[in-house]
Structure formats: structure tokens, C-alpha cells
Design a protein. Structure first.
Length: 133
């Protein structure tokens, strides 16, 4: 019963892993004193969430109380917790969402991102920029 396995590597290592394995980055940002964050953290321990995300994404968890994480989250316009942010290996934001999500919605968010990336790969001229990063 293994949930989502969050990487403990440096941010540069995370982006290198994403490029090496050709996987987007999934960032889960949560505050320890936030009830919705705690509920979502528990949900991410499920085998279903782990099976889906571990296979398709490089996963990392951000605590916004750490200065370096807070700066990145601010740069990505993350204003509410819990939050999820999807990025490419070049650190460009693909998508983000805020608030509690059950497994079904979390997996749907991931699926939307993967479909979007496939669309971009088919239409290479659009790959230049995904949105604010």
C-alpha cells in the first residue's frame, strides 16, 4: 500500500529527473496547520493515487513555510492551500488547482495535463510557452 512517493531531492535534481524520464513535475503544496491540506495528504497515501502519479509524474511536496518553497509558490501565483502545480522539466507551469481534491478529481487533473502535453507535442510550434512560469 504505497501512496504518492514524493522526491526529497534538490529542485535542480527534480527538473533533471523530469527531463531524463520525460515526465511532468507534480508539486503538492500544503500547510501543516490546514485541515484541507491534512485531508489531502492522507488521501495521497492511497495505493490508487500512488499508482497513478508515481508512474506518470515526478512528484514533490512543498511546505510553504520554507523560504525557497515560498518563493517558488509565490512566483507561480499559488495563493491558497492545498494547491497542486504541474510543470514541465523546464520549470514552466502547465496547470494548477487549489483546495481539497478527492482521488477522482486529483487523477482527472493529472489526466488533463497529460492530454494537454500530448496536444502540444503534436503541434510543436505551440511548445514555446505554456503560460506564466
Amino acid at each position: 500500500n504505497r501512496g504518492i512517493q514524493f522526491q526529497n531531492n534538490s529542485w535542480n535534481s527534480i527538473t533533471k529527473l523530469a527531463a531524463l524520464y520525460k515526465k511532468p513535475i507534480f508539486v503538492f503544496a500544503s500547510k501543516s496547520n490546514n485541515l484541507e491540506s491534512m485531508r489531502m495528504t492522507e488521501m495521497m497515501k492511497s495505493k490508487t493515487a500512488g499508482d497513478y502519479y508515481n508512474k506518470r509524474f515526478i512528484c514533490v511536496q512543498f511546505n510553504p513555510d520554507r523560504a525557497a518553497n515560498a518563493m517558488k509558490l509565490h512566483h507561480w501565483h499559488v495563493i491558497k492551500f492545498p494547491a497542486i502545480v504541474f510543470l514541465d522539466s523546464k520549470k514552466r507551469v502547465i496547470s494548477k488547482a487549489f483546495g481539497f481534491m478527492d482521488e477522482k478529481r486529483l487523477n482527472a487533473e493529472g489526466e488533463t495535463v497529460l492530454k494537454f502535453i500530448k496536444t502540444l507535442e503534436k503541434n510543436t510550434p505551440l511548445v514555446k510557452h505554456y503560460g506564466p512560469s
